[in-house]
Design a protein around this ligand. Structure first.
Ligand SMILES: [Zn+2]
Ligand SMILES: [Zn+2]
Length: 407
C-alpha cells in the first residue's frame, strides 16, 4: 500500500522528463517504444525497471490496440450521445486513465491531449472531463488555459440558453482577451459551485502566491550576493513556476506585497467556499491515503465520494507545486498555536458536562480546529515562507510568543 500511495502522489516538484529507474533528468533520455510513456537514461536502467513497468506498459498497449479497432465516425461534438460511438469513447477514456497513472510528463501530457480531444468530440461532456482537466492543466503549467477553462464553464450559461452544438468551442481556446488569473474570484463562489473547479482555482492562486514568495526570497538573496543589477530580473524570472508570474520580476517591493495580500485574501475566500461545498476536503488533503486508494462510485454534492475523487484529481498538483504543502502545514500549525489556549479553556470548563464529544482529546480538537481555522492564519505562514533566518526564529513564532506574554 505505501508504494501505491507514493506512486499516486508522484514525485515532489514540477513534472520533468526523468529516468524512471534512477530519476535522472536529462535531454537525451529515450522513451519506452511500446507505450511512449516512460523514459530511461540507459538500456540497462530500462531492463532493471521492467519488472515495475511491465503491467502498466501492457495495459497501455492493450488500450491503444482497442482504440485502433473503434472510431467516433462522423459524430464530432455528439460522441457518447450517439450509441455507436461509446466503444470508441470508452477505449479512449481507458487509455487516457492508464497514461495518467504513469505519473510521468509523457504520460500526463498524452492523457491531457486524449481528454481534451474527447471533450471536443462530446461537448455536452457526459463523461465529466471538465472536472478532471483543470488540475491536469496545472500539472503541465498550462495555467492561463486552466483559468480560462474554469471561468468559461462557470459563466458560459448565465442566461440558460447556451447552444452546445454551436460551431465554436471556446473553453479550450485561450484568446487575446483571456481572463486575468489575479482577478477577483467572485464568479466562482455562487450557490452551486463545482468542487473540482473551486479546487483548481484555489491551487492556481496558491501557485501564484508561492511565486510571489519565491520572488521575494530571490530578491533578499540577490541583495547580498554582489551580482550586477542587470542580472537580477533574469534570475528572478527564472525562479518562478507559473508562466503567469513572468511579470513579477518587474514589480517593486510594495507592488509585490500588495499582490501577496490580494492573493492571500482571495485564497481565504475560495478555501471557505471549498469547506462549505465539501467539509471533508481539507481534512483528507492533509491525510490523503484513504481518499487516494478508494474507488468512488456515483456521488452526490458534499459526499465523501465526491471529496475522494477531488483529492484523486488534484493531489498530484498540490504535491508538484513546491513549497505549497509545507506552507499549508505551517498555516495549520499557526492556527493550532493561536487557538490552542481557547480550546483548552473551553474543554476544561465543560469537562464536567455530559457531551457526545466528551471522548475527544485536547489534541484531537486542536487538530480539527487547526484545519477549520487555518485560513485565518495563512498570512502568518506566508510571512514565514519568505523568512531567511533560522526556523526557530520565524516571524510567526515571535508573534505568538509576544501574544502569549501579552506584550
Ligand atoms: Zn537511469
Ligand atoms: Zn512502456
Amino acid at each position: 500500500m505505501p508504494d501505491l500511495v507514493a506512486m499516486l502522489k508522484g514525485v515532489p516538484g514540477p513534472l520533468r522528463h526523468r529516468c524512471s529507474q534512477c530519476d535522472k533528468t536529462s535531454s537525451d533520455l529515450f522513451r519506452c517504444s511500446a507505450c511512449q510513456g516512460v523514459r530511461y537514461c540507459t538500456p540497462q536502467h530500462q531492463t532493471e525497471h521492467w519488472s515495475v513497468h511491465e503491467s502498466a506498459c501492457r495495459r497501455i498497449k492493450q488500450a491503444t490496440k482497442l482504440l485502433e479497432f473503434t472510431t467516433p465516425g462522423k459524430s464530432i461534438g455528439y460522441a457518447w450521445g450517439v450509441m455507436s460511438t461509446r466503444d470508441y469513447m470508452r477505449a479512449r477514456l481507458e487509455l487516457s486513465r492508464q497514461l495518467a497513472n504513469l505519473n510521468t510528463l509523457d504520460g500526463v501530457m498524452q492523457s491531457y491531449q486524449h481528454r481534451r480531444e474527447m471533450l471536443t468530440l462530446c461537448r455536452s461532456d457526459q463523461l465529466g472531463l471538465r472536472i478532471i482537466l483543470p488540475a491536469i492543466m496545472l500539472r503541465l503549467d498550462l495555467d492561463l488555459e486552466c483559468y480560462h477553462f474554469v471561468k468559461w464553464w462557470s459563466t458560459y450559461d448565465a442566461v440558460g440558453q447556451y447552444d452546445m452544438g454551436h460551431n465554436s468551442w471556446p473553453c479550450l481556446h485561450v484568446t487575446a482577451h483571456a481572463a486575468d488569473a489575479f482577478e477577483d474570484p467572485s464568479f466562482l463562489l455562487g450557490t452551486f459551485p463545482e468542487l473540482n473547479h473551486l479546487v483548481a482555482v484555489f491551487l492556481l492562486k496558491l501557485k501564484l502566491l508561492m511565486d510571489v514568495v519565491t520572488t521575494k526570497v530571490a530578491r533578499k538573496v540577490l541583495a547580498h550576493c554582489g551580482l550586477i543589477r542587470d542580472l537580477h530580473q533574469d534570475i528572478e524570472s527564472g525562479v518562478v513556476r507559473s508562466p503567469l508570474s513572468a511579470q513579477l520580476c518587474r514589480k517593486d517591493a510594495n507592488a509585490l506585497h500588495q499582490m501577496e495580500t490580494k492573493l492571500s485574501g482571495q485564497i481565504q475566500r475560495i478555501a471557505a467556499k471549498i469547506a462549505l461545498t465539501n467539509s471533508n476536503f481539507f481534512v483528507y488533503l492533509f491525510n490523503p491515503d484513504k481518499a487516494l486508494t478508494t474507488t468512488p462510485e456515483a456521488y452526490s454534492s458534499g459526499s465523501w465520494d465526491e471529496m475522494a475523487l477531488a483529492i484523486q484529481f488534484s493531489y498530484a498538483t498540490f504535491w508538484e507545486t513546491e513549497g505549497l504543502l509545507p506552507l499549508l502545514n505551517n498555516a495549520r500549525a499557526c492556527a493550532a498555536r493561536g487557538f490552542g489556549s481557547d480550546i483548552r479553556d473551553t474543554m476544561e470548563s465543560s469537562a464536567s458536562k455530559a457531551s457526545k464529544d466528551g471522548h475527544r482529546t485536547v489534541n484531537g480538537s486542536l487538530k480539527d480546529a487547526s484545519i477549520s481555522r487555518m485560513w485565518d492564519y495563512l498570512t502568518y505562514a506566508v510571512t514565514d515562507a519568505s523568512f531567511l533566518g533560522p526556523w526557530s526564529k520565524r516571524p510567526s513564532k515571535r508573534y505568538f510568543r509576544r501574544a502569549a506574554s501579552g506584550v
